[in-house]
Design a protein around this ligand. Structure first.
Ligand code: HEM
Ligand SMILES: *[C@@H]1O[C@H](CO)[C@@H](O)[C@H](O)[C@H]1NC(C)=O
Ligand SMILES: *[C@@H]1O[C@H](CO)[C@@H](O)[C@H](O)[C@H]1NC(C)=O
Ligand SMILES: *[C@@H]1O[C@H](CO)[C@@H](O)[C@H](O)[C@H]1NC(C)=O
Ligand SMILES: *[C@@H]1O[C@H](CO)[C@@H](O)[C@H](O)[C@H]1NC(C)=O
Ligand SMILES: *[C@@H]1O[C@H](CO)[C@@H](O)[C@H](O)[C@H]1NC(C)=O
Length: 381
């Protein structure tokens, strides 16, 4: 009895040494096959899951009901660069820990904002493929805090949405470029720039004119100050979409129904800084993919090309076009699809067993959002 108790303690110690100090939501990218297998034995393997179906009731409705009040963060809760998901977690539409499954995201963004199911699938699985843990089916909305333990050994990425250069990118509205500072926390200086522009061209609100000028200024700023500035696919796509998300999803559904086209700046700060919805926030009464008129307006307001400051020269104001650019909107979706598949393969060059199975399921899930336009890529078949 005593002996076996000792033996079990010993085995646990050996296990602790052999298994990398991973949390269940850490990324497995960059681990060796043995390390992945050891980790798989140390946690409950859930693997890839089918996508939850579209929600049925897409009417205008109260989101901040009595079960979804805002609560402050507790130690260890994860929040990151996405104000939309942060607020869903702080209101309990996603687990308040900020450790979530892709299925929970797909359902929560529909319930909370009436985001179109297919758009939700596209964004969620793109992010999950590169930042999530395919064995446990968990993703951190932020990163690894001091509470999350050691990072996986190099060349693994730190996990979660904070991970720069996978989904998180440059020229964000209210977050610094990774090169210039904190790449995922709310930045007051940047928010003030947005307020100034909104006062100047939006009549004190963040409307499509304000979004267009903020988007442009953030790109100009990155060209001028960030020698590693990357504004190529997929960032070239997500940066515009994210600039209009606040207008499309954060304006109260009742105001929108009455014709409101600009977002109140106090409400905007609530979402962006405090992960907080207004106290009786109602979602919009129609589904949206955010590929609507606001997006066209913002893209057309200035000349843009996908590209980057040519990093090999390490200088600013050295913006060059991405030689791999594909031109049309449809091609842009396929380029985005292909890019995330490629990034996944770069992170998991030779997956086996449960990991391979889970990756295939999540790649299939991702393709659902692109299948109308693009050929499927099956890297692991
Ligand atoms: C569907 C799953 C979603 C995922 C996985 C996701 C993930 C992300 C990530 C990784 C970023 C950081 C990109 C960057 O600026 O570097 C981001 C930014 C952003 N997201 Fe989300 N997001 C999702 C849905 C939403 C929704 C539904 C909304 C609005 C209701 C939203 C609003 C925003 C906004 C406004 C930004 C830009 C923040 C800024 O530039 O300061 N997102 N999102
Ligand atoms: C916030 O943004 C400003 C302007 O880009 C920058 O100078 C500052 O370093 C940023 N702060 C942090 C903490 O990243
Ligand atoms: C992103 O910002 C965090 C916080 O400042 C920093 O620790 C991390 O190194 C940054 N990531 C990159 C890739 O620069
Ligand atoms: C934004 O608001 C300003 C001030 O009310 C208005 O002049 C401008 O036309 C609006 N922009 C759009 C695209 O509606
Ligand atoms: C980037 O700079 C290097 C060195 O100056 C040059 O050889 C290369 O052609 C440039 N790349 C592009 C895409 O302009
Ligand atoms: C993806 O990888 C393939 C094969 O290496 C390459 O031909 C293609 O250009 C890549 N696509 C993107 C968008 O990076």
């Amino acid at each position: 009895m005593l002996l076996s108790a000792k033996l079990s303690v010993l085995l646990q110690l050996v296990g602790a040494l052999a298994v990398p100090a991973l949390q269940p939501y850490d990324s497995l990218a960059g681990l060796t096959r043995d390390e992945v297998d050891a980790f798989a034995r140390s946690v409950k393997v859930v693997g890839g899951q089918p996508i939850p179906p579209p929600i049925k009731d897409t009417s205008l409705k109260l989101v901040v009901d009595k079960d979804h009040q805002w609560k402050p963060l507790r130690a260890g809760d994860q929040r990151g660069p996405c104000p939309g998901l942060n607020a869903l977690a702080s209101h309990g539409w996603l687990p308040r820990t900020g450790i979530v499954t892709p299925g929970e995201i797909v359902t929560a963004v529909q319930n909370g904002y009436n985001m179109e199911w297919k758009r939700a699938v596209l964004v969620t699985y793109a992010a999950f493929l590169v930042n999530g843990n395919h064995l446990t089916n968990l993703l951190s909305l932020g990163g690894m805090s001091w509470l999350t333990g050691h990072a996986p050994p190099p060349p693994a990425l730190a996990s979660g949405l904070n991970t720069h250069g996978t989904f998180e990118g440059d020229a964000s509205l209210t977050r610094s470029d990774a090169f210039l500072g904190d790449n995922h926390s709310f930045n007051e200086t940047l928010f003030q720039q947005l307020v100034d522009i909104s006062n100047k061209v939006g009549g004190g609100k963040y409307n499509a004119s304000a979004a267009a000028e903020v988007r442009f200024q953030r790109v100009q700023d990155s060209i001028a100050r960030n020698p590693t500035f990357n504004f190529a696919n997929p960032r070239f796509n997500t940066a515009f979409v994210e600039a209009v998300f606040p207008i499309v999803f954060f304006i109260d559904g009742r105001l929108r129904a009455a014709g409101e086209t600009g977002l109140d700046l106090k409400v905007m700060r609530g979402f962006f800084e405090d992960h907080r919805m207004p106290k009786d926030f109602h979602r919009r009464g129609t589904v949206s993919s955010a590929s609507d008129s606001e997006l066209d307006f913002v893209q057309a307001a200035h000349d843009y090309i996908p590209g980057f400051n040519n990093g090999s020269a390490r200088v600013v104001n050295n913006f060059v076009a991405d030689p791999n650019f594909m031109g049309t909107q449809t091609e842009l979706v396929c380029a985005l699809y292909e890019k995330f598949v490629n990034s996944t393969v770069a992170l998991y060059p030779n997956p086996h067993g449960e990991l391979r199975k889970a990756l295939n399921q999540n790649l299939d899930n991702f393709y659902v959002a692109a299948e109308a336009h693009c050929d499927q890529i099956k890297p692991y078949n």
